[in-house]
Ligand binder design. Structure first.
Ligand code: MLT
Length: 245
């Protein structure tokens, strides 16, 4: 429950950093939406959309190596770069030709998969990105529970792009009377999203991870990650695997 729930509405709380998650995650009977716009949660949505059967998120490179040795296709990213020896990093564009449809793949990333791991004991863990904004909102409305929007951030620091998505989702949810109990962090995220929504690419021009991705010539990924509602999938965590919900 949120700090001062009205009792009539579910709470919607934005958690700006995984380091703050224990503060928000007092009651496991809630839905946690994990958000890593650049790029983990967008890549997971793209994978599920392309027909990938399941994505196994792992927190460490060591676990990823174990899966690689067992013959899985494994993505591993650290500091936005592909870790040597793995099949891919964290680009949603990796899935565009659908060649891994039907397979179970493995993914470890700097912040996104760590955030998924932290949330795993929640009633439901949902993967959110701009690409599935509308369907995630509808899914949460059907669940009708308190919601934590967990921004993966960058190494426990606040980041803008995850906050913008949290604001977009919270604003949609708040149109439903069952989701009007908005924490201060949620109100702040909504205000930021409204300031940014007409030109998110420009708004994020000086943001740290957008600049990091640009330096690595990943401009196409940035553009992809900011497109709204390309996807109809709601990936959810089920028994350690992310599958279509
Ligand atoms: C992460 O998990 O930190 C990321 O998604 C970073 C990236 O690959 O851009």
């Amino acid at each position: 429950m949120g700090e001062e729930s009205s009792g009539f509405s579910n709470t919607v709380e934005v958690c700006f950093s995984p380091a703050l998650f224990p503060v928000y995650f007092q009651d496991k009977n809630c839905v946690v939406v994990v958000i890593d716009v650049f790029r983990a949660t967008t890549a997971i949505c793209a994978a599920i959309d392309s027909g990938v059967e399941a994505v196994i998120p792992v927190a460490t490179i060591e676990e990823a190596i174990d899966y690689k040795q067992k013959g899985f296709i494994v993505g591993a990213e650290r500091s936005a770069e592909v870790v040597e020896g793995f099949d891919f990093g964290n680009s949603p564009l990796f899935f565009k030709d659908g060649k891994h449809a039907g397979k179970t793949i493995v993914l470890t990333t700097t912040n996104g998969t760590k955030a998924i791991d932290m949330a795993k004991d929640a009633y439901k863990v949902v993967i959110g990105s701009f690409s599935n904004l509308d369907v995630v909102s509808e899914y949460i409305e059907r669940e009708d529970k308190n919601v934590i929007l967990l921004c993966a951030g960058w190494k426990d620091r606040f980041n803008l792009e995850d906050t913008l998505f949290a604001g977009a989702l919270a604003e949609k949810l708040a149109q439903n009377l069952r989701f009007t109990d908005l924490a201060d962090s949620t109100q702040a995220a909504i205000k930021l999203y409204n300031a940014a929504k007409d030109d998110m690419y420009g708004f994020l021009g000086e943001s740290s991870h957008r600049k990091r991705l640009s330096r690595l010539n990943l401009e196409e990924d940035i553009i992809y990650c900011l497109k709204l509602n390309k996807s109809t999938s709601v990936p959810v965590l089920s028994n350690g695997k992310i599958v279509k919900g």
